[in-house]
Design a protein around this ligand. Structure first.
Ligand code: URA
Length: 240
């Protein structure tokens, strides 16, 4: 990331995020996902959020609506947010994969690899202070380590993503907590620690000569636009 990029204003970063959205919408890196998706679920919320959530991948409802966490797990996420005084519009919600895996199967390693540039660009442009990973896939990806969520949940740590240090906070995935009361209890307890973590502010930042995060693939790798492109960018991003 160049120093010029670091100094972008919130509105410049928001505009750059819309460019990444446009790139993601045309992405065909994962042949199967590009052929089976109805929409690219880029993520939604506050483009200047202090708190960002990263789930796994869109499910059927998300694929239909083009928005993340709009099904049952999303309702639980909204409830837990409300319990700590936050709304969806205060945070940014995204996923490891931007396209629904058919039948809601697990993301494949190659799909995670293909999609990670979009997530890293989102982090770079939104500049959250805290990234809350929901479940195993996002936790393992952003930590670069196979340690699972059962061991890590509720324990914040500072990690460096691209050029920025962020507070990573792994918690259980709300979809898993829907069916296991004890897990829901743990998720709720972990959620209650979020306000204090946010109050710490940004962690100390690393020196600035960190290599660039590569831009997502240029136009030649990209297919025709999806039908949902008629929807305005602002609608899908849900930017505030
Ligand atoms: N589960 C996820 O991980 N992401 C969504 O967007 C919805 C459900």
């Amino acid at each position: 990331m160049s120093s010029e990029q670091r100094e972008r204003s919130p509105s410049e970063r928001r505009d750059a995020l819309k460019e990444v959205l446009a790139q993601a919408r045309g992405c065909v890196r994962c042949t199967e996902l590009a052929a089976t998706r109805k929409t690219v679920v880029f993520g939604a919320g506050n483009a200047d959020a202090e708190l960002m959530f990263v789930g796994e991948a869109p499910g059927a409802s998300e694929d239909e609506q083009g928005l993340p966490f709009v099904g049952r797990a999303g309702k639980l996420l909204e409830k837990l947010l409300a319990e700590i005084g936050l709304e969806r519009t205060d945070v940014f919600i995204g996923n490891v994969l931007k396209c629904r895996p058919p039948g809601n199967r697990d993301p494949l390693p190659v799909e995670i690899e293909n999609c990670q540039e979009y997530l890293l660009r989102q982090v770079e442009l939104i500049q959250p202070t805290v990234i809350c990973t929901l479940g195993n896939f996002s936790t393992k990806l952003l930590r670069g380590d196979p340690t699972g969520i059962t061991r890590l949940h509720g324990q914040p740590e500072v990690i460096v993503l691209g050029a920025r240090a962020v507070r990573l906070y792994p918690i259980y995935h709300p979809a898993a907590a829907l069916y296991t009361p004890r897990m829901l209890q743990t998720l709720r307890e972990d959620f209650t620690r979020l306000p204090a973590l946010l109050a710490l502010g940004a962690p100390e930042q690393p020196p600035q000569e960190v290599p660039d995060i590569p831009e997502p693939a240029p136009a030649e790798h990209q297919g025709p636009p999806d039908t949902e492109q008629a929807r305005s960018e602002t609608d899908q991003l849900g930017l505030f």
